[in-house]
Design a protein around this ligand. Structure first.
Ligand code: FAD
Length: 307
């Protein structure tokens, strides 16, 4: 069995692997796609000490760093179930195999919910963005739209309004769902337009990048088109925890509940990164979280009598 088995190979899982391996304990990483979300990222400019890099390059560097240690990397393997036990914890894989470990770190990340309209996939990273903290500065002085009027959409619109020329917030429902205090702030901004009852129908582009957004007024049925350079989709971040439902304590958003040390509701099982309740989903935060979970797992191992 492993001492530390990590499920997920994004920044959180990679950091856990390096920290665990450096303790000299038997470490394994199972990942559906080693690298995680950064594989889908174009420019990364906020990982401190790295002024600028690209997602795939960053992912390759994660892998290289993990491979510098004695870590079993099991890539393109999906975990389907976690089975806690009194001595060993089992992780069942989609390929039928079972891995056993004295401690487990869950770092399966999250994914942005998509609007599923024409243009969204085509122009992803070419005007379609999901993370205002990451990509906001790319749209300095330009016109953007934010899809979604919940807390994250309204926070994004407020944040972007300070950087871009103009923000149009599109909300599907008749009213915004964000907290009243955020709405007050939003409506106080001169360069923000809010459109409710707006069903996004298409993100348009010139073949290279986004040049507009089309929506239907759900009340009148009229079609509208706005010319702009960027679209931020803010309709939710979904944690990859479907396979853990009923096994471990999850928040109402489906995130794994962790304490300050990354401990979950199951002894010996820790979690790190976007899959957890940690606020702010960012690479630098996930990596720090992964380090923390590995140190907690090591602490657990030296205190438990499992042989
Ligand atoms: P993830 O990166 O999501 O990794 C999860 C890992 O778990 C993957 O290896 C995945 O394959 C694996 N996995 C999932 N389910 C299973 C399963 N059942 N079995 C086995 N493996 C599984 N952040 C920044 O700080 N700066 C940026 O500029 C930035 N830009 C971004 C741009 C885009 C387009 C996106 C999508 C995100 C961006 N982010 C950025 C956010 C950042 O990528 C995440 O916060 C970070 O990757 C989270 O790391 P993680 O390790 O927690 O999860």
């Amino acid at each position: 069995p492993y001492d530390v088995l990590i499920v997920g190979g994004g920044p959180a899982g990679a950091a856990s692997a390096v920290y665990a391996a450096r303790k000299g304990v038997r470490t394994g990483v199972v990942a559906e796609r080693f690298g995680g979300q950064v594989l889908d990222t174009l420019a990364i400019e906020n990982f401190i000490s790295v002024k600028e890099t690209e997602g795939p390059k960053f992912a390759a560097a994660l892998e290289e760093h993990v491979k510098a240690y004695d870590v079993d990397i099991m890539n393109v393997q999906r975990a389907e179930a976690l089975v806690p036990g009194s001595k060993l914890i089992e992780v069942k894989l989609a390929n039928g195999g079972t891995l056993k470990s004295k401690s487990v770190i869950l770092s399966t990340g999250a994914r942005w919910r998509e609007v599923n309209v024409p243009g969204e996939r085509e122009y992803r990273n070419h005007g379609v963005a999901y993370c205002p903290h990451c990509d906001g500065p790319l749209f300095k002085g330009k016109r953007v739209s934010v899809i979604g009027g919940g807390n994250s959409g309204v926070e994004a619109a407020i944040d972007l309004a300070g950087i871009v020329q103009h923000v149009t917030l599109l909300e599907f429902a008749p009213e915004l769902r964000a907290d009243a205090i955020l709405q007050r702030k939003l409506y106080s901004l001169p360069n923000v337009t809010v459109v409710t009852q707006a069903q996004t129908t298409e993100i348009t582009g010139d073949g290279q990048k986004v040049n507009g957004i089309s929506y239907k007024d759900r009340q009148s049925g009229e079609q509208h088109h706005i010319e702009l350079e960027g679209v931020f989709v803010q309709i939710g971040l979904v944690p990859n925890t479907e396979w853990l439902k009923g096994t471990i304590a999850l928040s109402k958003h489906g995130e794994i509940e962790v304490d300050a040390r990354g401990q979950t509701s199951i002894p010996g099982v820790f979690a790190a990164g976007d899959v957890t309740t940690v606020p702010y989903k960012q690479i630098v935060i996930a990596a720090g979280d992964g380090a923390k979970a590995a140190l907690s797992a090591f602490d657990y191992l030296i205190r438990s009598s499992v042989e």
